[in-house]
Design a protein around this ligand. Structure first.
Ligand code: B12
Ligand code: SF4
Length: 604
């Protein structure tokens, strides 16, 4: 029984995480075991005791990242109590085999790539002499030698999707989602990343033909449903010629899949023609480790990039209508508040259309961990918090609370209205179409939900405080300047909406205690003149007030309270003119929703 522990963290609040490593292992040993089951406790409805009873496994293998440490151990204990041998693998156990084996519930750690090691382990029935394994014998920990890497990845069977018991969904929770690994490893040496210890700075690639065969198999598995696929390669563009060939194959088949990939910005900057090809072949969403605008950070983390490269990479992606996403690492030992506040500004300046600001986290096995551990600076003992959203070690100039607040500040400063409009504007280059108002609003609702889930899970105790930080960061002159310049009506399909609505100044005010932020939408019969985000309020013709206190108490009662307040507020300012304006607003929204439904589902 191969198990992925539960515990969504960070990005996996946006979409389900697929335990592709376990599917690779299952495919590799499928022919030599009587039965094999892959259990994903995130999506599993039955409890673990029940599954143990049901499948009665001889061996339980658990995949683990740091944030799955606690939950993984809990499952291992249950397995052990039932007399089952337990094996763990993945980035976290590979980085800390001794620590893992200090737990009585864990018998064996598989370090690095798991396929061949697991096969040999199952074949032999004991860990002795199996390369890539650490285990306990007579109270001592034994580390067998490292297993050489699989040189020809085309030799591997495709991951055992046929054993999947769950339906994995993308951000919208309706579109099918899958993961594809077209290469392993990365030539990079970044001090905070687990890849250097996992793959020793080497990149190994599958042939484009072999990858294409898996794409076709994947299409059959998803029965032609709309599909979003993440290339889980740590460094997808590590061999640009190979990607060029893969794009040719993808274009020949024209399957309509939307792909996203994690790439290094130097490869994106240096290969504009391949970037163009990728966008044409459906690889349209990119995540780059930008890390910092500060050359000193790029040097100390051994990232090996320059800010010139950042800009060129983003330009190449934008020109082709792709989504240019960047991740930043905040809270490095000597960063100051001033340094970090520059991050979201820089992200906008270079033109990123998506950004995430992760808190520097020392994962076992990384150079960063070794250094901080040597200096005894790591104070966090709960592995749940090693999620790049919590500060876990003592930095020089900033406290834990300050760093976590700065992460929220960066998110708010970047993810403002102008960024959302800019994303739509860039994708228009590829589609040549305006985005429907309802699609745009639905996407924003998903973003808000993601931030809310993430925030509430991570900052349970001081969620309100973080909302306040968010509100304080939000007012920004850039929004008005940008929306005046580009004209929102040129990007979103709002002509019918504006005709019904007419000239208005719509104000939506968010409050939390004394923090007040208003969003103002100034419309004419055919244009959105501007969107403005200000502290406080201004004169308006239509007004909506939302008290965020109710949002931080997430229960049905508060939702009811919110609805009642909304109605009271609409009726409160009794002037006939205002009521009429508000009525027009709802008429315009209602018409858009109706038309959207008719277009999406014409037979109704
Ligand atoms: C792709 C990826 C993602 C994708 C996942 C897509 C999916 N699967 O659906 C996305 C973007 C969603 C993601 C999210 C996150 N990720 Co991530 N991600 C990666 C990446 C790039 C590759 C992982 C991968 O798929 N490898 C390919 C597969 C085939 O390998 P594998 O799973 O490791 O399995 C092999 C071996 O490890 C081993 N093995 C694994 N499990 C087991 C179990 C047994 C029993 C055995 C025998 C062997 C074994 O055998 C497998 C086959 O060879 C890595 C590495 C990197 N350089 O960045 C980070 C990495 C795994 N992610 C990391 C982090 C921190 C995160 C986030 C917390 C980031 C965030 N703040 O949001 C979230 C985690 C969400 C969660 N846990 O809830 C860290 C984990 C660090 C750690 N030690 O725990 C890594 C290592 C990056 C880093 N910082 O170095 N991630
Ligand atoms: S470039 Fe990315 S995957 Fe490679 S070592 Fe650096 S952070 Fe890790």
């Amino acid at each position: 029984m191969l198990v992925k522990p539960s515990g969504r963290r960070g990005l996996s609040f946006a979409f389900d995480l697929i335990p592709i490593g376990l599917e690779y292992i299952a495919a590799y040993i499928d022919d030599m075991v009587d039965e094999i089951h892959i259990v994903d406790m995130e999506l599993e409805q039955r409890n673990f005791h029940h599954l143990i009873e049901l499948y009665r496994p001889d061996l339980v293998g658990i995949t683990m990242s740091a944030t799955e440490h606690n939950e993984g151990l809990r499952l291992a204990k249950i397995a052990k109590r039932n007399g089952i041998t337990t094996v763990v693998g993945g980035y976290h156990p590979t980085g800390a085999p001794d620590m893992m084996l200090s737990y009585p519930s864990l018998d064996i750690v598989v370090r690095g790539e798991g396929e061949r090691t697991m096969r040999e382990l199952v074949e032999k029935g004991c860990p002795e002499g199996v390369l890539g394994v650490s285990y306990k014998k007579e109270g001592r920990i034994i580390h067998n030698g490292n297993r050489p890497k699989i040189e020809d990845l085309d030799d591997l069977p495709f991951p055992a999707r046929h054993l999947r018991q769950y339906s994995y969904k993308a951000e919208d929770r309706t579109t099918d989602y899958d993961v594809l690994v077209s290469s392993r490893g990365c030539q990079g040496q970044c001090t905070f990343c687990c890849e250097p210890s996992m793959s020793q700075g080497r990149l190994r690639c599958r042939s484009p033909e072999n990858v294409m065969d898996e794409v076709l198999e994947m299409m059959r598995y998803h029965e032609g449903n709309p599909l979003i696929v993440i290339f889980a390669d740590p460094n997808f563009m590590g061999n640009p010629e190979r990607i060029g060939r893969l794009c040719d194959l993808l274009q020949e088949h024209d399957l309509g899949i939307r792909f996203s990939a994690m790439v290094r910005s130097d490869y994106m900057a240096g290969n504009p023609e391949i970037v163009k090809k990728m966008c044409e072949a459906g690889i349209i969403s990119f995540e780059m480790g930008i890390e910092s605008p500060n050359p000193e950070d790029l040097r100390s983390t051994k990232k090996g990039l320059t800010t010139r490269v950042h800009r060129e990479a983003v330009r190449n992606i934008r020109e082709n209508g792709g989504s240019a996403g960047g991740t930043f690492v905040i809270g490095l030992p000597d960063q100051t508040e001033e340094d970090i506040r520059r991050f979201p500004v820089y992200a906008k300046e270079i033109g990123l259309t998506a950004a995430a600001f992760g808190i520097a986290t020392p994962f076992p096995g990384t150079e960063f961990y070794e250094e901080l551990d040597r200096q005894e600076l790591i104070f966090e003992t709960d592995w749940d918090n090693f999620d790049e959203m919590h500060s876990v070690y003592g930095a020089e100039h900033l406290s834990k609370e300050e760093i976590e607040e700065l992460a929220t500040y960066c998110m708010a400063k970047f993810w403002n209205v102008d960024t959302f409009i800019d994303r739509a504007r860039v994708s228009q280059k590829r589609t040549n179409e305006k985005i429907s108002l309802i699609d745009f609003v639905r996407e924003r609702a998903l973003n808000v939900l993601f931030m809310k889930n993430n925030g509430m899970k991570l900052q349970r105790d001081n969620f309100s405080h973080h909302i306040k930080t968010f509100l304080e960061a939000y007012p920004d002159d850039r929004v008005e300047n940008y929306t005046r310049e580009v004209g929102v009506h040129n990007i979103l399909e709002v002509s019918r909406f504006l005709r019904i609505l007419g000239p208005q100044t719509i104000q939506s005010t968010l409050t939390l205690d004394d923090a007040i932020v208003s969003f103002i939408f100034k419309t004419t019969r055919s244009t959105v003149e501007y969107i403005r985000v200000i502290r406080g309020r201004q004169h308006s013709t239509i007004n909506f007030d939302i008290d965020l206190k109710l949002m931080s108490e997430p229960n049905q009662e508060s939702q009811m309270k919110m609805a009642k307040r909304l109605i009271a507020m609409i009726l409160h300012d009794g002037s006939i003119k205002r009521l009429w304006n508000t009525f027009r607003f709802f008429m315009a929204v209602g018409t858009e929703v109706l038309m959207w439904k008719l277009i999406k589902n014409p037979q109704r």
